[in-house]
Design a protein around this ligand. Structure first.
Ligand code: NAP
Length: 340
């Protein structure tokens, strides 16, 4: 199956891998970027397919400009673009409003262009947060509680955007079939120094920014497998309304460090910490370190994510977490982002 698909946010980590896989499967791609003058040449260089196979359009999540042109001729949309930052914004609406408005804008223009399948890159952040338990497993039937004071602006933005999309499709979607993909922390190779904040835990361990590992962790999944799940969601009939968690195992920072220690050369892994922080030190470290402040509530928590639905319905699998972590690390070293 192939045709023309719009992938929003073509400069991004997940979108880039998705474009690569869709091109390989014969799809023609339209993609949106915020700054066409800055990004178009790089995208053509990366994918080598200017012309019919790859067209770049300038479109911002908060403006109507460019969206009609980007959607023209498309039957499918993968809406990947959304605000993502390692820093907590001063005003949570800086994340929530573009995430929600951008998703609704993408849906409205998709409907006007006659798009029939719309896949939203949601997140585990829309599934697993705002609960008191220290260890639990989530499935697609769970939703993040946005009223919980500990729910971060990012988790709110993804929850509110996915709920708004589902409500809009139910009320006004017409022939659009909506599906969401809900990944945990995405790792795997990066191919430019402008990478997603999600690879920061690996970067920090490699460059010695963390003296010992705090007791936090995350579910890990590979960007190549997240892109593959998007492709399956775009191509598989009969899955309208579905939600698919994309997840591998939950890993603590110390598990990431151990994988790096055993899979890289001693020189490459020389700054990777070998020991965990005591609890008191971790609390203090996360309070004073701005990059960790937004995940301070993760201390001691274990959030497992059940990805068996994607496996059963779509035949999806994710590779080993070790491969994702090591490929991520090697790409950061090869790009010179991390000096070893
Ligand atoms: P990324 O590399 O930072 O990509 C984000 C993309 O969104 C970029 O192309 C960015 O454009 C675009 N974007 C952000 N704000 C925008 C705006 N106001 N208008 C237009 N475009 C905007 O991050 P990623 O990891 O690939 O994330 C992609 C999607 O996956 C997001 O929806 C994210 O919530 C979701 N997700 C990511 C993870 C993860 O661990 N990485 C996990 C779960 C879900 P610029 O290049 O111009 O900034």
């Amino acid at each position: 199956m192939a045709g023309t698909v719009l992938v929003t946010g073509g400069t991004g980590y997940i979108a880039g891998e998705l474009i690569k896989q869709l091109l390989a499967k014969g799809w023609n791609i339209h993609t949106t970027v915020r700054d066409k003058a800055k990004s178009e040449a790089g995208l053509f260089e990366r994918f080598g397919q200017p012309g019919e196979r790859l067209k770049v359009f300038q479109a911002e999540l908060m403006s109507d400009d460019g969206w009609a042109q980007a959607n023209a001729g498309c039957t499918h949309v993968a809406h990947v673009a959304s605000p993502l930052s390692a820093q907590t914004p001063k005003d949570e609406n800086d994340m929530i409003v573009p995430a929600r408005e951008g998703t609704l804008r993408a849906l409205r223009f998709a409907k006007a262009a006659g798009v029939t399948r719309f896949v939203q890159t949601s997140s585990i952040a829309a599934v697993a947060y705002g609960r008191g338990d220290m260890e639990y497993t989530v499935t697609e039937s769970d939703w993040t509680d946005v009223s919980d004071p500990d729910t971060t602006p990012y988790a709110k933005s993804k929850t509110i955007a996915e709920r708004a999309a589902r409500d809009w499709v139910a009320a006004e979607g017409g022939d659009i079939e909506f599906v969401s993909v809900n990944p945990v922390l995405v790792l795997g190779p990066v191919d430019s120094a402008d990478f997603s904040p999600s690879v920061q835990p690996v970067q920090m361990l490699l460059n010695g920014k963390v003296p010992r590992t705090p007791d936090i962790g995350f579910g890990v999944v590979d960007t190549r497998d997240v892109a593959d799940l998007h492709v399956r969601c775009l191509e598989t009939p009969g899955i309208a309304g579905e939600r698919f968690i994309a997840a591998g195992k939950f890993m603590k920072m110390i598990d990431l460090a151990n994988v790096l220690q055993s899979g890289l050369t001693p020189q490459e892994a020389r700054k990777v910490p070998a020991k965990a922080m005591p609890g008191w030190m971790a609390s203090l470290f996360m309070l004073v370190n701005s990059e960790f402040r937004s995940v301070k509530n993760e201390l001691g928590r274990v959030r497992h994510s059940d990805a068996s639905h994607a496996e059963k319905v779509l035949g999806w699998k994710t590779r080993s977490e070790e491969e994702s972590v090591l490929d991520c690390a090697r790409s950061l070293i090869d790009l010179g982002v991390v000096k070893v």
